[in-house]
Design a protein around this ligand. Sequence first.
Ligand SMILES: Cc1cc2nc3c(=O)[nH]c(=O)nc-3n(C[C@H](O)[C@H](O)[C@H](O)COP(=O)(O)OP(=O)(O)OC[C@H]3O[C@@H](n4cnc5c(N)ncnc54)[C@H](O)[C@@H]3O)c2cc1C
Length: 428
Amino acid sequence: MKPKKILVWFRNDLRLHDNEMLVEAIAKSDQILPVFIFDPRNFEITPHLSYRCGAIRAQFLLESVAALRQSFQRLGGDLLVLKGLPEVLLPELVEAYDIAEVYHHREVAAEETQVSADVEDSLWKLRINLRHFIGHTLYNKEDLPFPIKDIPDTFAQFKKKTERDAIVKACFLAPEVISFAPVENAGEIPALEEIVMPEAMGSSIQQELTGGEAKGLQHLTTLLEEGSPIYKKAIKSGAGKLGFSSMLSPWLSLGCLSPRMVYWLVKDAEDKYGTNPNFNQILLGLMWRDYFRFMLKKHGPHFFNDFALKPEHLVPEEHENLLFEQWKTGTTGNEYVDQHMKLLNTTGFLPHAARLLLSTYLIYILKIDWVKGAAYFEEKAIDHAPANNWCNWALVAGGGKKTGTDKSAVDIDKQFKLLNVTLPNSVA
Ligand SMILES: Cc1cc2nc3c(=O)[nH]c(=O)nc-3n(C[C@H](O)[C@H](O)[C@H](O)COP(=O)(O)OP(=O)(O)OC[C@H]3O[C@@H](n4cnc5c(N)ncnc54)[C@H](O)[C@@H]3O)c2cc1C
């Protein structure tokens, strides 16, 4: 009898630990075929003339894919790496390898969801099922105390009810034995220059963080050891007054770390050392992450309808280009903005408070459409995640309104004080 093969399509879930999709594929098949596809659309220029992925995040992605490949190689298999359109390549693989089913993780942002829908359609023509898994959130949607359509729109309500009535599940263990479908040529991982547009390569890059599951787990465990150098550095990061930053987001965004793994390791650390504000901040951040993903699940792109800026709140077009250029290059003349913009351009990372400052300045001082700022962050941030980036930008543009009572989350007045600029009438 021929072996039943399941193709496991990896995207933003580059890990073996806490990966239900992988565990299920191993359980339901005789052999698995793990695949990662570099989709050129993810590196294209956007309508806002920025790029969907710059060199810093692309480098982190390449490292993460290489690490996943090594993990499979250690277990006697490989990761098949291809470049092209998933909706074209996956049906070809299904036929070439005689695949019975394709597994992948469901996403919430419009473009990723569209790619899944196109893959589903193309596989359906071969009568092959694309099975969707949920693996990006702390809480699974079926564990929430409300159906998606009734999820509270205010963060404070979402957090209160979810923490009270839902549980965080235990992590799935990383598989130790896997039976792989034999592959003759697993493909080369492309070089950085092969995926990133030349104009998006940037200069004077100082990337400090390395991608991959093992590096992410190492960063997390070191961070949670009391008195560890990373922990002290994290406390100091964010230019002193901007507060603690765990710097976990790049690994969380690519799924090298699962949010549940972060949650349970923080809980272990709390048992050992007691609670502290930094541990609380990490757990709060995980709730924000879930909230935005569930908001997009509930409202889809309509989530952003409330946040479109009126033309009278925008700078005249003839001034916009120069002001936007000054913001992007860190030459606005505002000390905080310029310092942090240069940090974003060279390292790809900023703590939350700095992102709030930069977005507030663009929207309320320069009066430039927030969508352009979000598109620029998408190119530059090492941790870009569509729900986190676009929803946070929208909330700043809306003065933090949608999140309701939790003022500290997006307190625009506070940003103005930190920026040391006068409050414009429209916000006062
Ligand atoms: C304009 C703007 C754009 C942003 N773009 C992104 C983005 O592209 N990718 C991204 O991961 N985060 C984004 N954020 C949210 C937040 O700033 C970063 O997650 C955080 O700074 C990452 O640093 P950390 O890992 O040290 O966070 P910590 O404070 O240590 O929090 C732990 C984790 O919780 C999550 N988290 C924390 N705060 C938030 C938040 N407000 N919204 C969503 N998740 C959160 C992150 O995964 C983070 O790694 C953005 C915020 C703003 C204001």
